[in-house]
Design a protein around this ligand. Structure first.
Ligand code: KG4
Ligand code: ZN
Length: 327
């Protein structure tokens, strides 16, 4: 089985070819950092235009690098939401056009499902059910992943996502955009115990998240401490919250085969290290995709498409783009 995947829901445009037996034949990606850098965050209108320009050449590149033609694919998978509506529409309409032209089925993929199933692309031994911490720029959730299309949400954030907190912290510290990697680099040079930032919701019985309070706490100390110490202390607070909330969720999924982390924030070394130790403490296998598969990409969309296609799910060509689409 050969699937072409398309991704365009935020600020990465991407196309990838993935097989049903987990071979990533190609993954082509174009970031938009330079276009959004002057604004300190993603500007939806700029993003949508950049997707329009980048996507077609990326599809051609992905096909060429894989050494296949469009006619060789079994299905075309495109992100249909959630995300910035302009961008989602670019990828979904392109997917529909390619599917129509080539006479191939379309699989509309929920971007979150792409993240949720991505660990099964990199780890062939990862079986359902597993406990997933999905931490990205737009989402912070704990899910029991019970099968393809079967996700039980155990917790979510009541305000900001963890990645959003990284991005806002970077902005407050003048570290630029994208914020996560910049904060991680600064944190490596600072003292994580320099400032005792709050640990919102730590200890509360339900495993929900909250990160908005951290932003105000940081705004209060900017200028009083070095950016490195603030970054390190902020990152330590986030890690602490993720650990405490995940520990609560582990108790709620006693039959989990593994504790899995996915999404952009899973690219953070301190986050990965701490979660891996937590899994070990609970006698659970820890699975985290390689870094390139954590942040937005089209291989995870192609793979989710492969899993859905194999399970018998395809979508009509009038399937709508959905800016909001909970798993
Ligand atoms: O999954 P993703 O690429 O896009 C969304 O679906 O949101 O996640 C992007 C988020 C951004 O907020 C970014 O700052 C964060 O992931 N991120 C990181 C790191 N790399 C990306 N956060 C912390 N440390 C990192 N190394
Ligand atoms: Zn994402």
């Amino acid at each position: 089985m050969l699937i072409l995947g398309l991704e365009s829901s935020c600020d990465e445009t991407a196309a990838a070819l993935v097989t049903g037996d987990r071979r990533v034949l190609s993954h082509a990606l174009a970031g938009q950092e330079a276009a959004h850098q002057p604004y300190g965050g993603v500007v939806p209108e700029i993003a949508a235009r950049a997707h329009v320009e980048a996507l077609e050449p990326l599809v051609a590149q992905a096909l060429a690098e894989a050494g296949v033609r469009l006619g060789d694919v079994d299905a075309i998978a495109a992100t249909a939401g959630p995300g910035l509506i302009g961008g989602v529409m670019v990828g979904l309409v392109t997917g529909k056009a390619l599917a129509h032209a080539a006479g191939k089925p379309l699989v509309a993929v929920n971007h979150l499902e792409g993240h949720a199933l991505s660990p099964r692309l990199s780890d062939p031994d990862l079986d359902f059910p597993y406990l997933l911490l999905l931490v990205s720029g737009g989402h912070c959730q704990l899910l029991a992943v019970e099968g393809v299309g079967r996700y039980r949400r155990l917790a979510t954030t009541i305000d900001d996502a963890a990645g959003e907190a990284f991005d806002k912290t970077a902005k407050l510290l003048g570290l630029g955009y994208p914020g996560g990697p910049a904060v991680e680099r600064a944190a490596a040079l600072g003292n994580p115990r320099a400032i005792a930032f709050p640990r919102p919701l730590k200890g509360s019985p339900e495993p929900h998240f909250s990160f908005a309070g951290l932003k105000s706490a940081i705004a209060r100390v900017v200028g009083q401490y070095s950016a490195e110490d603030i970054a390190a202390s902020f990152q330590a607070a986030v890690v602490d919250c993720l650990l405490d909330r995940s520990a609560r969720a582990i108790a709620k999924v006693p039959n989990a085969t593994a504790f899995v982390v996915a999404g952009g924030v899973a690219a953070n070394g301190a986050v990965r290290g701490a979660l891996s130790a937590l899994a070990a403490e609970h006698g659970l296998r820890f699975v985290a995709p390689p870094l390139w598969l954590c942040t937005d990409n089209a291989a995870m969309i192609a793979w989710a498409g492969a899993e859905r296609f194999a399970a018998g799910f395809t979508d009509p060509l009038d399937v709508p783009a959905r800016p909001r689409w909970p798993l």
